[in-house]
Design a protein around this ligand. Structure first.
Ligand SMILES: O=C(O)CCC(=O)C(=O)O
Length: 270
C-alpha cells in the first residue's frame, strides 16, 4: 500500500546575464508563489548569479539567513505554503568567507536547514578558488520524508551520499548548474546515487547559457529503484512528480543490499 504522497516540483530556471539578479529573484519568487498544492519545491544551484559567473560571486554574495535571496524565498515559501529548497546562494559569512550554500525553508518561511557545498568545482579556479568548502553533512526531516542535501559536483563523490544515507536520508535533493557538455555524466550519476542509496533523487539544474557555459537542463526525478520518473528538456520549465515515500523502505526491504554492507573493510596492508 502506498504512503502519503509528496508532490515535488523542480523549477529549472533559465539563467541569462541579460536579466539582472534582482529581476530574476522577483521572477523566481513569483514562480514559487504559483506552486500552491506542491509539498516540496526545488530550485537549482546559484540560479541568482549563475554557477559559472565567478567574476560576479563577490558582488552578489549575501548572508545565508537574512540576505535578499533568503528573505524573498522565505516569503515565497510562506505564501505558497510549501517546503522550499531554494537552491543555493553565494553566502558571505560574518568573517567574509564565501560558501556555495543551499537553503531549505519550511511552509512557515523558517530557514530549516543550510548546507554548504563540500566539493567545490573548478580544479583550483572559479568556485574552487573563491569559495570555502563546507564541512558538514546536512539532512532535514520533512513530514513525509527525510531529505539529504548535496550540490552539483558532490554527485561525483559517492562517499558523501553514504554519509547522508547513514544520517537517515530517504530523498536526496541536488540543485545543480551542470554543463551540457557532460549531460551523459549527469544522467548516469543521478541514477547511480538513487540506485546505491535506494532513495529518491530530485536533481534540479539550470537552463540557458551564462558565462559562455551552456547548461544541461534535464532536471531529473529518479525513484529508489533508479528509474526516471520525470525528466525535463533543456529549457526553462517546471518538472512535477508525486513521490511515494513508502517506496524507499519497500525497496530497501525487498532488495536488501544495504543490509549487506561491510562496514570496516579488511585492512588491505599485508
Ligand atoms: O562535475 C561536473 O561535471 C559539473 C560540476 C559543476 O558544474 C558544479 O559543481 O558547479
Amino acid at each position: 500500500m502506498g504512503g502519503v504522497e509528496v508532490r515535488a516540483t523542480l523549477l529549472q530556471i533559465d539563467v541569462d546575464q541579460k536579466e539582472s539578479v534582482a529581476a530574476r529573484r522577483d521572477r523566481v519568487a513569483a514562480m514559487v508563489r504559483a506552486q500552491t498544492g506542491a509539498d516540496l519545491v526545488v530550485l537549482p544551484e546559484l540560479w541568482t548569479v549563475g554557477a559559472f559567473a565567478a567574476e560576479d560571486f563577490a558582488a552578489e554574495a549575501e548572508p545565508a539567513d537574512d540576505g535578499p535571496t533568503a528573505e524573498a524565498m522565505a516569503a515565497a515559501a510562506r505564501d505558497a505554503r510549501v517546503w522550499l529548497h531554494a537552491g543555493s546562494v553565494v553566502e558571505r559569512d560574518p568573517d567574509g568567507e564565501l560558501f556555495n550554500t543551499s537553503l531549505l525553508f519550511s511552509p512557515e518561511g523558517v530557514l530549516a536547514a543550510a548546507y554548504r557545498k563540500i566539493h567545490r568545482f573548478g580544479f583550483d579556479q572559479g568556485e574552487a578558488a573563491l569559495m570555502a568548502a563546507g564541512r558538514h553533512i546536512v539532512t532535514a526531516r520533512l513530514p513525509q520524508t527525510v531529505v539529504g542535501l548535496a550540490t552539483c559536483y558532490d554527485l561525483r563523490f559517492p562517499e558523501q551520499f553514504r554519509l547522508l544515507l547513514d544520517a537517515g536520508a530517504q530523498t536526496l535533493v541536488v540543485p545543480a548548474g551542470w554543463p551540457m557538455r557532460r549531460l551523459a555524466h549527469w544522467r548516469l550519476l543521478v541514477r547511480a546515487r538513487a540506485v546505491e542509496s535506494q532513495s529518491y533523487v530530485l536533481a534540479c539544474g539550470t537552463a540557458g547559457t551564462h558565462s559562455g557555459v551552456e547548461q544541461a537542463g534535464h532536471s531529473l526525478i529518479v525513484d529508489p529503484w533508479g528509474e526516471i520518473v520525470a525528466e525535463a528538456g533543456p529549457g526553462e520549465q517546471p518538472l512535477t512528480a508525486d513521490l511515494d515515500p513508502s517506496r524507499v523502505e519497500d525497496t530497501r526491504t525487498a532488495f536488501p543490499v544495504l543490509r549487506d554492507r561491510v562496514l570496516g573493510l579488511p585492512d588491505p596492508r599485508p
